[in-house]
Design a protein around this ligand. Structure first.
Ligand SMILES: Nc1ncnc2c1ncn2[C@@H]1O[C@H](COP(=O)(O)OP(=O)(O)OP(=O)(O)O)[C@@H](O)[C@H]1O
Length: 252
C-alpha cells in the first residue's frame, strides 16, 4: 500500500530550482532508498517530506505530498503535526548534550510540555531504545549524558528519540555517514528490523548500503527523479541508461 505520494513537486533555494517536477511514491512499511550524485537534491527531497525545507530562508516548495490521504502542503495543515507523524534522523547524532539519555529519548514529550505519568514515560523510553537496538547497552546508564556514548550509540539513541513519539514514517539522511563499519552494520540491522513497524525513507551516498537495506530505490539526477522501482531491479536491470551509468560507477 502507498504511504506517501509526491505530485509535481518543485523546490527552490532562492532562484535556484533544486527539485524539478518530482512525481514518485513510497510504500507502507517498505524501506525506500534515495540515491544519486552529490547535489542532485536527495536531502532537499527528504526535507520536503516533513516540511523542513521551507524553514531555510529564501527556500520555496510547490506541489503536493500526500501522507495517506492528507496533502501535507494544504494551507490548513500544521507543520508541527506533520513532523510528529514523519520523524527524522540526521547525518550526525544531534542529542541534547545537557540532557540525560533518558530525557533525550522523551525530549519530544518534554518539549511539547506533554505530561505523562512516570511509569508511562519509563515504558516509552524502554520500548523506543529496544526498537532502536540499544536498550541492552544503555539500560543501566539512562541517567548519564550522551557524551559518555560512542557515535554509533548516540545515533541509535537519536533513532530511539525519533521513534518515541510514534511516527508513521522515519526519514534518515545518511544516518551512517559519520560512523565506523561496525556501527554502520548495527544501524542497518536496526533499520531492517524497524520496517515491521514503520515506513522508512533513507538518503544514502553508499550504493552498497542502498542495495543491502532497501526494498525500493529512487535514483535522482540534477533535481529530477530519473527512475524508481524495486531495489533488485534498479541495481540489476535499470531501465534508464543514466541509472545504469551511475550504478556501474561511470560517474558519481
Ligand atoms: N541551504 C542551502 N542554500 C542554498 N543552496 C543549497 C542549500 N542546501 C543545498 N543547496 C543546493 O541545492 C542543491 C541540492 O542539494 P541537496 O543537499 O538536496 O543535494 P544532495 O543530493 O543531498 O547532495 P549531497 O549528496 O552532497 O548531500 C545543490 O545544488 C546544493 O548546492
Amino acid at each position: 500500500m502507498e504511504k506517501i505520494r509526491v505530485e509535481k513537486l518543485n523546490a527552490w533555494f532562492g532562484n535556484m530550482k533544486v527539485l524539478k517536477d518530482v512525481n514518485v511514491s513510497m510504500k507502507e512499511k517498505h524501506i525506500t532508498a534515495i540515491i544519486g550524485p552529490s547535489g542532485c537534491g536527495k536531502t532537499t527531497l527528504l526535507r520536503c517530506f516533513n516540511r523542513l525545507h521551507e524553514l531555510t530562508p529564501g527556500a520555496k516548495v510547490e506541489g503536493k505530498i500526500f501522507l495517506d490521504d492528507l496533502n501535507i502542503y494544504d494551507k490548513d495543515v500544521d507543520p508541527v503535526m506533520v513532523r510528529r507523524r514523519i520523524g527524522m534522523v540526521f547525518q550526525r547524532p544531534n542529542l541534547f548534550n545537557h540532557m540525560t539519555i533518558y530525557d533525550n529519548v522523551i525530549a519530544g514529550y518534554i518539549l511539547n510540555s506533554k505530561k505523562l505519568p512516570r511509569d508511562e514515560l519509563d515504558n516509552i523510553v524502554e520500548q523506543s531504545l529496544k526498537l532502536a537496538g540499544i536498550w541492552e547497552e544503555v539500560k543501566n546508564r539512562l541517567r548519564e549524558y550522551p557524551s559518555a556514548l560512542s557515535g554509533g550509540q548516540q545515533q541509535r539513541v537519536c533513532i530511539a528519540r525519533a521513534l518515541a513519539v510514534k511516527p508513521e514514517v522515519l526519514l534518515m539522511d545518511e544516518p551512517t555517514s559519520a560512523l565506523d563499519p561496525i556501527s554502520t552494520y548495527r544501524i542497518e540491522e536496526t533499520i531492517r528490523e524497524l520496517k515491521e513497524h514503520i515506513t522508512i525513507i533513507i538518503v544514502t551516498h553508499n550504493m552498497q548500503q542502498a542495495a543491502r537495506v532497501s526494498d525500493d530505490t529512487i535514483f535522482m539526477y540534477m533535481g529530477e527523479v530519473i527512475e524508481a522501482g524495486p531495489t533488485p531491479q534498479i541495481f540489476t536491470n535499470p531501465k534508464q541508461k543514466l541509472t545504469e551509468d551511475y550504478i556501474t560507477g561511470k560517474f558519481g
